[in-house]
Design a protein around this ligand. Structure first.
Ligand code: GLN
Ligand code: ZN
Length: 764
């Protein structure tokens, strides 16, 4: 018998119940009990739905009210001192670590967040030191296992593995200079043993231990740690399914195959080529193989025939009892269900599978492989064959004009007319900005009024003209606000945008939109990625109307605001029939036209945001060059069509990019703005060390938290920054867009930012 498994499930709830409850709790409108109850209802419904769909191994314990890595830190007492002794409940300590807290005399910033591998999900980075005193404050996996059992569902608990947990962590400020988080392994193992033995005592048969670090190059240096840690854990744990995802194991399989685990999960969607090697390595061991054949990262229907073929290879090598069919990763990165989509055409609906549909897919594939005689299974298999054939048919029709334009790209189209030094002088005259120019990253608070107006437009309750009037008023207000506060390079505030990718996708051909396909980005922030289904082009200008309106109400220069090709691609669900490079080139050509149109409309600074360029980086170093070549090229293709006088900007969030520095330089943006590094100034030192030559605005405060930075804090920050970056290259800005913030904190923070810039003009 081949069993089926799902590695993790979206947390939001089919109707965004969890997001709403969490935000209501933060707003003081919901009690902690009611929040827990709302979460429990969603979990229960997920477990029962997975069971109804025939999944054998159902996950529990991976649910979170914010982030599962944060859950782990909180449960293991890896709670930095600054969150302790504040008189907060455990739940509020948890949220304070996730998003900071500024209320009732408590003022603590959030912990650092980082992107979860190459996804757009952010995890809260564990802060560890010699003093970290791991102990099991509560056993979340056990609690949820019991919760599910009470709801009539036997689950396989999910736990983030000790080595991945430590390696994902960072040294806390109080740690010694040589401290390495992995050195805490002997200290953390007893806590894991306690957790796992409690699961075993409760009757848990098998546990999913996630060790995604095993797909990275650095996994190779951890062989000894893996050997000793897992030898200890198996002695007390239920059967261990060691789970890897998002990439291939490569040579790490050699030591993994020797681990005393019961099973190993591999991602065959991302790395199908590893199957042969992995099977050969585990053949003579008792290890069960779990095959990730249904994508946890994309929304395309799985091709059953292809999945079955992989599984049959495994069955031939190991026997059916040693094969499990699974999702490639947790379904956290996919929306809950297609059932909530009422606006897709029949043709489109037939292309996709969301989390619940994917659950049915793994169940059906496993049933087929187990030789099921159920006519429903046969029908599902046949239906899948028909759907896949139709999709392939659709894919074979491409947009000739777009394909020809891509084929006609010439190398000169990637470069600006003059080098940066020349452009800088021309732009200084043209834009006339003061020393240490202040600016923002683009968006201003997306208020309830804005969202309501957009919703009304969607429902036809207001006309297009009324909506446009409303947006114009918003823009004018935001522009006047920036003038009043004293910012130098203004923005229109992006009120017309629901989301920085969706907004563009909606105006380009080749995209399909959903109503409810929400995917978690961080905490309670969810995005609704558009889906690229065919060749992309730009029928008409997308942003010119709003940017020129904004410019018309101010004499200060206005910065046009676009999302870059790599980011649009990375934050959409991409096609899987053509390479990412081609999709990015098509996007770049569309954006190039927009950039030129903005310039023609009198917009002298244009920002093309590429916050996702780093996350698109392949997980294995040997794959980097190929990606960076086309990613940087397509950014350049989108921006290089303008004259020297136009100042191009780009923006990156959470840009841990010391290691791809030459690529950041090669983008050749006139100005870049980057994250507020909570850790240290390492990134800026890298810029200095490599002699970064263009202008740069290191975020002077963290906008991901509602906390208001004081003027002095920003001045102190500027002092450190100015010790590294030359005066004449420096811009002053927050570290990301302000759309998730309220007006009150935005006004206070920006006023302090401008005051700090004025201080710098005099004193620095
Ligand atoms: N211009 C966008 C904004 O300000 C950039 C957002 C981002 O980097 N994620 O919202
Ligand atoms: Zn950003």
């Amino acid at each position: 018998m081949v069993s089926s498994s799902v590695l993790g499930f979206p947390r939001i709830g089919a109707n965004r119940e969890v997001k709403k409850a969490v935000e209501a709790y933060w707003g003081g409108k919901l009690s902690a009990e009611d929040l827990i109850k709302a979460a429990a209802d969603v979990k229960k419904s997920s477990w029962t739905s997975l069971k109804e769909r025939g999944v054998d191994l159902i996950p529990s314990g991976e649910f979170s009210l914010y982030d599962h890595v944060l859950d782990h830190s909180a449960a293991f007492n890896a709670i930095p001192k600054r969150y302790q002794g504040l008189g907060l409940s455990a739940l509020d300590v948890f949220f304070a670590m996730g998003r900071g807290r500024q209320a009732g005399g408590v003022d603590v910033p959030a912990c650092e967040m980082k992107k979860w591998f190459d996804s757009n999900y952010h995890f809260v980075v564990p802060e560890l030191s010699e003093e970290t005193d791991f102990k099991l404050l509560y056993n979340k996996a056990l609690t949820e296992y019991k919760e599910a059992k009470e709801a009539g569902v036997v689950t396989r608990p999910v736990v983030l593995g000790p080595i991945s947990y430590l390696v994902l962590g960072k040294a806390a400020k109080e740690a010694s200079a040589t401290f390495q988080p992995i050195s805490l392994l002997p200290k953390i193992l007893p806590v894991y043993k306690q957790l796992l033995s409690e699961l075993k005592a409760a009757g848990v048969e098998s546990v999913q231990i996630d060790e995604p670090i095993l797909v990275l190059d650095k996994g190779a240096e951890l062989d000894k740690q893996y050997a000793s840690a897992y030898a200890e854990l198996v002695s007390v744990a239920p059967k261990i399914m060691l789970t890897t995802y998002f990439n291939r194991l490569d040579s790490n399989i050699n030591f993994i195959a020797k681990l005393p685990v019961a099973g190993l999960h591999i991602d065959l969607v991302r790395a199908p080529q590893q199957l042969g090697e992995v099977l050969a390595a585990i053949k003579s061991t008792p290890i069960v193989i779990s095959l990730g054949v249904v994508s946890g990262r994309n929304i395309w229907k799985a091709d059953f025939a292809a999945a079955i073929k992989y599984a049959q290879t495994a069955i031939t090598a190991l026997g059916a009892d040693r094969v499990i069919v699974a999702t490639s990763s947790s379904l956290l990165h996919t929306p809950v269900t297609l059932a909530n989509e009422k606006k897709l055409t029949e043709q489109q609906r037939d292309w996709f599978s969301f989390a619940l549909e994917k659950a049915s897919e793994v169940a059906t594939i496993a049933a087929v492989l187990s030789g099921s005689q159920d006519p429903k299974v046969a029908a599902a298999l046949e239906a899948n064959k028909v759907s896949i054939a139709k999709r392939r048919q659709f894919e074979s029709t491409s947009d000739d004009a777009v394909r020809k334009r891509v084929a006609a790209i010439t190398p000169d189209m990637y470069d600006r007319k003059s080098p940066f030094a020349t452009r800088k002088e021309v732009q200084a005259k043209h834009l006339n900005l003061p020393k240490f120019p202040t600016t923002t990253i683009g968006s201003f608070p997306q208020t309830k009024e804005i969202r309501t107006a957009r919703a009304k437009l969607g429902k036809g309750e207001i006309s297009e003209a009324e909506y446009d009037e409303f947006i114009k008023k918003e823009i004018e207000m935001v522009v006047k606000f920036q003038e009043k506060i004293g910012l130098d390079l203004l923005v229109h505030g992006e009120p017309e945008r629901n989301d920085m990718v969706q907004y563009f996708g909606e105006q380009l051909t080749g995209f399909v939109f959903t109503q409810n396909a929400w995917v978690q980005s961080y905490g309670s922030r969810y995005v609704r990625p558009p889906i690229i289904v065919s060749d992309v082009s730009r029928p008409t200008p997308m942003t010119v109307k709003w940017s020129s309106y904004a410019q018309s109400v101010s004499t200060k220069p206005m910065k046009g605001m676009l999302s870059g090709p790599v980011t649009i691609l990375n934050w959409s669900f991409p096609r899987d029939d053509v390479p990412r490079k081609l999709q990015s080139q098509q996007l770049a050509l569309a954006l190039r036209d927009e950039v030129i149109d903005l310039e023609k409309a009198g917009i002298s600074a244009i920002q093309v945001d590429e916050p996702a360029i780093r996350e698109g980086l392949p997980l294995r170093r040997s794959d980097w060059d190929e990606y960076l070549q086309w990613a940087v090229d397509t950014f350049k293709l989108s921006t290089a069509g303008v004259t020297d006088a136009t100042q191009t900007h780009s923006h990156f969030c959470y840009s841990d990019f010391g290691d791809i520095f030459p690529s950041i330089q090669r983008l050749d943006a006139d100005v870049i703005s980057i994250e507020f590094s909570k850790s240290d100034m390492k990134l800026l030192h890298t810029f200095k060390q490599y002699g970064y030559s263009n202008q740069i605005g290191p975020g002077v405060y963290d906008i991901h938290s509602p906390r208001v930075p004081s003027e002095q804090e920003i001045i102190d920050r500027l002092k450190t920054t100015l010790a590294i970056i030359p005066d004449h290259l420096m811009f002053i800005n927050p570290d990301c867009g302000l759309k998730t913030r309220g007006w009150k904190e935005t006004e206070a923070s920006l006023a302090n930012l401008v005051a700090a810039a004025r201080w710098a003009r005099v004193h620095a």
